[in-house]
Design a protein around this ligand. Structure first.
Ligand code: GLU
Ligand code: ZN
Length: 514
């Protein structure tokens, strides 16, 4: 960064954006709706989002939906749902300004055709009339090792322009880029530094406009990045090999290319590219499992970037302020599912009780906590659910854990096996006595708060000469149906003494007839 003159004003973030970087940052996330949104895409979207915000710039969403064979509306819906869930907003759309709809390439076909023609006119592209059969034969020969050509053999590259133009009237054609041979293409990646490719190694004269009039990815991507004034392209490293070609295209159009920054790969812990083999990868799966969007965003923001040494928790605003290209790592990022779970548990604990209840409610409805799966709570159930949220806050790792952990509050759990009630080193006889002590303790806790109830329990244990743990264990099993449960006295308070005593009596019956 260099100073370009006197700076009378203090260097606030705004002042910096205006003074040092004369242009407004505009970046984009440009997914192809050919699959569900996944972690890799989320990382790309997030880094673009954070980068734009960190520089007071604009973040654009652009659907690259020109591959009609692989298009599915389902994936478009999934993209919007994921964005909504994550709280991402794009800053601009075709009707400009308004963030209503993003840019969609299939609505802009005329622009790509016009630009392909421009390259024909300036000699940087040509019509190709090769039939699909001819191209197939080429491919087969290559695969059989009978040819060393890397791809298209540039068969139509030297057809005289006049003749080619005449043929377009009656023959089907594609438009191909005329890659200048014998030269090198260099671009400066913001993360990887200078990257140099021999043009002869770039895919030979790739198609820009297909015979059906649709652009290929390369044409639509470059034309749109230019028309939309994109200043920075932050994208996955798998696109690095397309960038020499894109650089050649910018030159052919006479345009200045944007800054390219190819983000570090995201790997599984075995060092292989993150995939389904490693675990959940689609945003949908994370959502269904009960991850919080802010936990996921916090974790993903650290995939390939370091902000402050040793710090792990960042709010979205902090990330927006801290992000910069200098903080990206070159080394691949490793996706650690356990670490993400740690984040999720942390974020669950950071919620208010009411906030957590609201977040967990849809999972409880989905999983049938209030009746049939999908049925909503009645007023009493809703009040109970809200009151129970603090009991699970400290223990839940996923929102989807919560309904299961609280099930015993909403329906009577089956009475467990006798052996479940018996504390270590105790007999069945002892256990009956312990549970009877627990019964009278329960009756006495009515009306006290959880700490008061706990004090009573300690007193009882002392007075009766039993261990507190041994006193509470059979009681917990009787009331919650399990040895492991949310806090016992909170549970007793929420269930009410009457329900608890009934459960204890059923358990005592079982212990009497083991
Ligand atoms: N449509 C491409 C994709 O699916 C965009 C790549 C780029 O960002 O240039 O990832
Ligand atoms: Zn051809």
């Amino acid at each position: 960064m260099e100073a370009g003159g006197p700076h009378p004003e203090p260097l606030t973030k705004n002042a910096m954006a205006g003074t040092f970087f004369s242009m407004e940052v505009r970046d984009r996330y440009a997914p192809s709706p050919t699959g569900l949104q996944h972690i890799g895409g989320l990382r790309t979207a997030l880094f673009n989002y954070l980068f734009a915000k960190s520089r007071n710039g604009k973040f654009i969403l652009r659907l690259e939906d020109t591959d009609r064979a692989r298009f599915d509306k389902l994936y478009v819906d999934n993209l919007y749902e994921s964005f909504e869930w994550l709280g991402f907003h794009w800053d601009e759309g075709p009707d400009s300004g308004g963030p209503a709809a993003p840019y969609v390439q299939s609505e802009r076909l005329g622009k790509y055709r016009e630009h392909a023609r421009r390259l024909i006119e300036n000699g940087h592209a040509y019509y190709c009339f090769c039939s699909a059969e001819r191209l197939d034969t080429l491919r087969r020969e290559r695969e059989a090792g009978r040819s060393n050509e890397q791809g298209y053999d540039r068969h139509c590259r030297n057809i005289a322009p006049d003749e080619a133009a005449r043929r377009t009237a009656r023959e089907s054609y594609t438009i191909r880029l005329k890659i200048p041979l014998g030269e090198k293409t260099v671009f400066n990646d913001a993360l990887l530094g200078p990257v140099e490719w021999k043009n002869d190694d770039v895919s030979p004269d790739p198609v820009l406009l297909k015979s059906d009039g649709f652009p290929t990815y390369h044409l639509a991507n470059v034309v749109d990045d230019h028309l939309m004034g994109i200043t920075h392209v932050l994208r996955a490293q798998e696109w690095l090999s397309s960038t020499p070609l894109h650089t050649i295209m910018y030159r052919a159009f006479g345009w200045v290319p944007p800054v390219f920054c190819h983000l570090p790969m995201v790997m599984g812990q075995d060092g292989k590219k993150l995939s389904k083999r490693h675990g959940a990868t689609s945003i949908d799966e994370f959502r269904k499992k009960g991850f919080l969007p802010d936990a996921l965003l916090n974790y993903v923001a650290l995939l390939g970037a370091s902000y402050e040494e040793g710090r792990e928790i960042y709010t979205p605003d902090e990330l927006c302020a801290l992000f910069s290209l200098e903080k990206l790592n070159k080394a691949p990022a490793v996706f650690d599912y356990k670490k993400l779970e740690w984040y999720n548990a942390r974020y669950i604990r950071m919620k208010t009780d009411a906030g957590l209840a609201a977040l967990a409610l849809p999972y409880a409805v989905r999983d049938g906590l209030f009746g049939e799966p999908g049925s909503p709570p009645d007023t009493r159930q809703l009040a109970l659910f809200n009151a129970a949220a603090p009991l699970v806050k400290e223990r839940a790792v996923f929102l989807s854990d919560i309904p299961e952990k609280l099930a015993y509050l909403f329906s009577e759990p089956p009475v467990p096996e006798t052996s479940e009630f018996i504390p270590k080193k105790s007999s069945l006889e002892d256990t009956r006595r312990l549970l009877n002590l627990g019964r009278s303790l329960t009756a006495r806790t009515a009306g006290s708060d959880d700490e008061g109830a706990e004090r009573l329990a300690k007193e009882t244990a002392e007075k009766e000469g039993v261990k507190l743990g041994d006193l509470l264990m059979p009681l917990r099993v009787a009331i919650t149906g399990s040895r492991v449960s949310p806090p016992l006295f909170g549970s007793i308070r929420l269930l009410g003494a009457e329900t608890c005593l009934a459960r204890i009596d059923r358990a005592l019956e079982k212990l009497d007839r083991p």
